[in-house]
Write a protein that binds this ligand. Structure first.
Ligand code: FAD
Length: 518
């Protein structure tokens, strides 16, 4: 068997990989993680995607314990501001659609043609986000009664492929604190942690990695090497020469500038969602943690300079941004042609990345480590396992790319060159045909990107209805069907939302209670 794994890189991807492999294989596999004491991690990546609970559950980590240690908060969806027009907002919630008489409730909403808050009319979560509510009562009970926590009753662990129910939330957390938490988790379970620089990646005569050379700890040999070195892709791209396929022709944002802003959350409240606010050359993320905001401007260097971007971000944040140091980041958008070559697998930014508009970076990592376990090789290094792995992770990233391109293409906003160009730039794959189809029939399982990529058809529907740039029509059949049941269901959503807003504590109160604060 392949028993000796060497991970290079100690950012979120390195420690997620180390802890997951340890949780999966215990001491049957030896894991060594080497990270540079001098090369910093990317320092962002603090909003996640609703599938992330599988990861923490798999590790056996209780969120009541780890969340307070990582300044974590709940995230019930994403709030999009100013994408349709300045002053407008809508939510992409982590909530599947109700279906009435065979038609999703959004079809009925469109048919009814009243109001402009499809999100509040069709989903509970939009109202909870507007009102800054916690998804849990102070007792710990979840607002979503029908959602069964620990779906497997704790008998076995689940992974992404068993996502039968939609988790109603994801997390925001401090990336550095989470990496430290996972470091302790891994080291306690036997991960060998080496703080050193890798100075050379040595190949054998077949071109496979035989060992890496470190500055102070000599050579580290292994069977399988995991490249978690971030955008530099030191093992996969540099040493093995695997080419990188850019997505930049369709997703031009290539830079970001970020700030960590201390905030009095008791006064401000904690909105249970990430906010993406459209700007002149991109968008600004706002991630509320318990005690600070993570914020950053993602933009295209074709339309904006780093100085202008930083100024925009500082103005957006206001006086709280004074004296804070900005972190300027160049982003490599796209994916490695193959993420697994010979005995090297890239996980994290070295494998691929798209701008964080739907918070998918950590989801890519989670997906990659789960797939690595499912395709884990033996000494025969069966090519079929490797090829299947590469296909799956490529589909995930290509699918997310399509979904993100839709965000720009379908946004009504077209008030400057940047936003006008989002309507004329070529779109990838079959997205153009799909959009034509969605104009007469909102997305369903058969009409979205056909491979698993984390997003279901309801997400596409929410974005199309919220962004407002594409003319949509309800199915003509609804003219012929009695709409009384659907009207009742739409009223029920509003009533349930009002009841929940009355009963649920604010997200700040929930975490203050969990931490024993007055
Ligand atoms: P890094 O954090 O760059 O870590 C690289 C590691 O390699 C470091 O430990 C470094 O020391 C080590 N290293 C490098 N060279 C050597 C060497 N020679 N020897 C030894 N060690 C070495 N994802 C989300 O899910 N949600 C978000 O909201 C989100 N926002 C983002 C915003 C921006 C602007 C960017 C750029 C990314 C964002 N991401 C987000 C993605 C997320 O940040 C990354 O997926 C995640 O942090 C993983 O990074 P990484 O571990 O692959 O790389």
């Amino acid at each position: 068997m392949v028993k000796n794994v060497v991970i290079v890189g100690g950012g979120t991807s390195g420690w997620m990989t180390a802890s997951y492999l340890t949780a999966a294989f215990g001491d049957r596999v030896t894991v060594t993680l080497v990270e540079s004491p001098g090369v910093p991690t990317i320092g962002v990546g603090e909003a996640t995607f609703s599938t992330v609970r599988h990861f923490f559950d798999y590790l056996g980590l209780d969120e009541r314990v780890w969340m307070p240690e990582c300044q974590a908060t709940y995230k019930l969806g994403i709030r999009f501001e100013n994408w349709r027009a300045k002053g407008h907002h809508f939510y992409h919630p982590f909530e599947r659609l109700r279906v009435v008489d065979g038609f999703p409730i959004t079809d009925w909403w469109l048919h009814q043609g009243t109001g402009d808050r499809f999100d509040q009319d069709c989903f509970l979560i939009a109202s909870l986000c507007d009102a800054k509510r916690s998804p849990r009562y102070l007792s710990g009970q979840l607002f979503e009664q029908e959602f069964s926590e620990g779906g497997a009753d704790g008998m076995y662990r689940t992974t992404l492929s068993e996502q039968n129910t939609q988790f109603p939330y994801a997390y925001h957390f401090d990336a550095a604190q989470l990496a430290r938490y996972l470091t302790r988790y891994g080291v306690d379970r036997g991960v060998r942690h080496v703080l050193d620089d890798v100075t050379e990646v040595a190949l054998d005569q077949r071109g496979w990695i035989s060992h890496v050379v470190t500055r102070e700890h000599g050579e580290l040999a292994g069977d399988l090497f995991v490249d978690c070195t971030g955008f530099r892709g030191m093992l996969l791209n540099q040493a093995l020469g695997v080419p990188f396929q850019s997505y930049q022709d369709t997703l031009p944002n290539d830079r970001a500038v970020a700030l960590r802003v201390p905030v009095d959350m008791a006064a401000r409240g904690i909105r249970p969602c990430t906010t993406a606010t459209a700007q002149d050359a991109g968008w600004i993320w706002t991630i509320p943690l318990f005690g600070r905001l993570g914020t950053g401007y993602v933009y295209s260097s074709d339309y904006c300079t780093p100085d202008k971007a930083e100024q925009t971000l500082r103005e957006f944040v206001g006086p709280a941004a004074n004296d804070l140091e900005a972190n300027h980041i160049r982003m490599r958008i796209g994916r490695s042609a193959e993420s697994w070559v010979h005995n090297c697998v890239a996980v994290g930014l070295s494998s691929g990345f798209v701008e964080p508009l739907e918070s998918t970076g950590i989801f890519f990592i989670q997906n990659a480590v789960e797939q690595l376990v499912k395709h884990f090789p033996n000494r025969g290094w069966d090519e079929r396992l490797r090829r299947a792995y590469n296909r799956q992770v490529a589909h995930v990233m290509d699918g997310v790319r399509e979904f993100l391109v839709l965000h720009y293409y379908a946004a009504a906003r077209a008030d400057n060159q940047y936003w006008q160009d989002t309507k004329t730039r070529p779109v990838p794959g079959e997205l153009a045909e799909r959009i034509e189809q969605w104009q007469v029939k909102l997305p369903d399982t058969d009409s979205v990107f056909p491979h698993y990529h984390g997003f279901e058809s309801y997400s596409y529907t929410a974005m199309l209805l919220g962004l407002g740039g594409i003319k949509l029509q309800a199915p003509p059949a609804l003219e012929l069907i009695d709409g009384a049941a659907a009207a009742g269901e739409l009223r029920l959503v509003r009533r349930q939302a009002e009841e929940l807003m009355d009963k649920l504590p604010s997200q700040y109160d929930y975490f203050a209670h969990l931490r024993g604060l007055p």
